[in-house]
Design a protein. Structure first.
Ligand SMILES: Cc1cc2nc3c(=O)[nH]c(=O)nc-3n(C[C@H](O)[C@H](O)[C@H](O)COP(=O)(O)OP(=O)(O)OC[C@H]3O[C@@H](n4cnc5c(N)ncnc54)[C@H](O)[C@@H]3O)c2cc1C
Length: 550
């Protein structure tokens, strides 16, 4: 057993006894084989002393039990780490940031407290997964959708609190933005409700976010200021129809105009689905194509040596050969599929309008998608459709799995994910930075990549590294990520989300005015959690007694 640092075995044993009284003996886990389940299975510290481990876990069933756990933790100075469904793979799994924490596993608090079709909203406890809510909605034939991330087994609460994202309309695919109202147990065990929830008997908790006065919800995301025990979300009213269309552009330089028009159309609400970009000529596949290839083990077709040579040339800045090759063979340089949810009569017209706007790109060509009406008679056979139709699955877990092209399955992954401006220039610049980094790291030449478009107004670029069972490789890859954090920060780009291993470094890069934002977070921490019992270290916020000087 791993004890919380600074806690005597006698105090720890007493705390465990109190936890057992609070939640029932069967819901306190202290045996190694149980506690090991709370390790991060994608941990970049696999087999190293720094691997994050819990000392025990406790699974409450009610808000009152959560409050009791927090009181006991304060009495014995036991650090806690709250998780909802604990599926945060790639960003820390269910492991605490600070080894020795008792994990507060909220999976038993899995009640769907209210779904309103009229107001398109839901109030859930932390243990409710996307699968749970989807089934609930389907069984009752409600005309609302839940926006889902790739893995359906995660929770609405945990995913939103970690700033997770999905695939439908911008408003709903930003999961924290889509929330409306919270209930939180503070580190002193006080219970608060935010927004309209603070008004006793409120009739609009899930309809108006702000209540009155400072809106504090944001401080409970990516932080350690409270344990969220209820959260409201706005659901997407089931659209009548869906339509998509693809625009193709022929020249390297067209990237700038393509992204400019795409962004104007999205910011103006003309297109309202998540864009999916690719480059047939550079061999960059779209998210949809990737999903299809994962669903059915599809070996990638061999490409002509001439095309590969022209791509190498393009990587040096000489695109003309590649462009003429594409024109000869009818292979476009860029493509962007844009999507529309709305009335069946309207969505094809929105696409017509978009075509007009994209026609500003000389030589642009178009392909119309098909009109899909809802509700669907059955789940689509095309796996790529699941996320954009709000259907949860675990399809994406085939990433890195053994296949005909990947005989050596990955153990896991860690991603450097930075937010860049939505411009062609920024996309080119981030690729130059990644290429320079790959050279510095001694990695093979990187292929040009296009961002993901989860968030409106910005773009996300990802540099992925495998998590392996080899300690030296993992160490090297961790070093690469630290270096990328530094390189990106110099360009003015920060990460939006990161596993515990990098949280101090990522937060450290947000250093305006001598780290004044982090200092503000620390002041809040000191005021509301003087014993530093809640999730120490999460997103760089350490309690006073564990704080390093910056
Ligand atoms: C192949 C693959 C694809 C993925 N695709 C996506 C994707 O499309 N979109 C996406 O967003 N993510 C994605 N992820 C990341 C991750 O799996 C999901 O975000 C997942 O939903 C997070 O797990 P969870 O919901 O169980 O959250 P949890 O693990 O329960 O919570 C995450 C963190 O939030 C905090 N927290 C959780 N609950 C509480 C609470 N009640 N009170 C206070 N703090 C709390 C804790 O610090 C916790 O560690 C992907 C991962 C993999 C491996």
């Amino acid at each position: 057993m791993y004890l919380p640092p600074g806690v005597t075995p006698t105090d720890f044993a007493a705390a465990i006894r109190h936890f057992e009284t609070a939640v029932g003996k069967e819901w306190v886990f202290t045996k190694d084989e149980d506690v090991d389940l709370y390790k991060d299975s994608f941990s970049p510290f696999l087999g190293e002393p720094e691997e994050r481990v819990a000392s025990a876990a406790v699974a409450p069933d009610s808000v009152e039990q959560v409050q009791q756990i927090v009181r006991i933790a304060n009495q014995y100075k036991i650090p806690l780490y709250a998780i909802s469904t604990g599926r945060n793979l790639g960003y820390g799994g269910s492991a605490p940031v600070y080894s020795g924490c008792v994990v507060v596993d909220l999976k038993r608090m899995n009640r769907i407290l209210e779904v309103s079709e009229d107001h398109a909203s839901v109030l859930v406890e932390p243990g409710v997964s996307y699968f749970d809510l989807y089934r609930h909605i389907k069984e009752r034939k409600l005309k609302v959708w839940v926006d889902v991330p790739d893995p359906g087994w995660g929770s609405l609460v945990g995913n939103a609190l970690d700033h997770g994202g999905g695939y439908t309309r911008p408003y709903f695919r930003n999961h924290f933005d889509a929330h409306c109202g919270m209930e939180v147990v503070l580190p002193n065990a006080e219970l608060i409700r935010t927004g309209m929830g603070a008004l006793p008997g409120s009739k609009t908790w899930q309809q108006y976010k702000f209540g009155v006065g400072p809106w504090v919800d944001g401080i409970f995301s990516q932080s350690n200021f409270g344990i969220v025990t209820k959260m409201g979300f706005w659901l997407m009213p089931q659209p009548e129809a869906y339509f998509s269309g693809t625009v193709y552009a022929q020249k390297h330089e067209d990237l700038h105009q393509l992204i400019r028009v795409l962004t104007i159309l999205e910011d103006g609400g003309i297109t309202n689905g998540m864009p999916d970009t690719s480059s047939p000529l550079l061999g960059i596949i779209s998210i949809a194509e990737q999903a299809r290839m994962l669903a059915v083990d599809t070996p990638q077709a061999a490409e002509e040596p001439q095309l590969l040579a022209l791509r190498d040339k393009a990587a040096t800045g000489d695109y003309t050969g590649l462009e003429s090759y594409g024109q000869r063979k009818g292979i476009p340089y860029w493509s962007a599929t844009i999507k529309f949810y709305g009335p069946a009569k309207v969505v094809p017209l929105q696409w017509e309008y978009c075509k007009e706007k994209f026609s500003a790109i000389a030589g642009a060509t178009f392909k119309d998608g098909e009109l899909v009406r809802f509700p669907l008679a059955s789940d689509p056979t095309d796996q790529a459709r699941f996320p954009e139709f709000g259907i949860p699955s675990l399809n994406n877990f085939s990433i890195g799995a053994e296949s005909s092209t990947n005989p050596q399955p990955l153990h896991g992954h860690m991603w450097f994910t930075c937010i860049i401006p939505r411009t062609g220039a920024a996309i080119i610049e981030v690729n130059q930075m990644f290429a320079a980094a790959a050279r510095e790291f001694g990695l093979p030449e990187l292929r040009f990549q296009l961002p993901a478009w989860y968030w409106q107004r910005s773009a996300i670029c990802i540099f992925g590294f495998p998590v392996t069972t080899d300690i030296e490789t993992n160490k090297k890859n961790r070093g690469h990520i630290f270096r990328l954090i530094e390189m990106a920060a110099k360009k003015g780009w920060g990460e939006y989300r990161t596993p515990p291993a990098y949280q101090d470094a990522v937060v450290g890069a947000y250093s305006f005015n001598n780290h004044s934002l982090l200092k503000f977070h620390e002041s809040i921490k000191d005021a509301i959690d003087p014993n530093g019992i809640l999730s120490p270290g999460r997103y760089g916020i350490w309690p006073k007694h564990l704080r390093k000087k910056i």
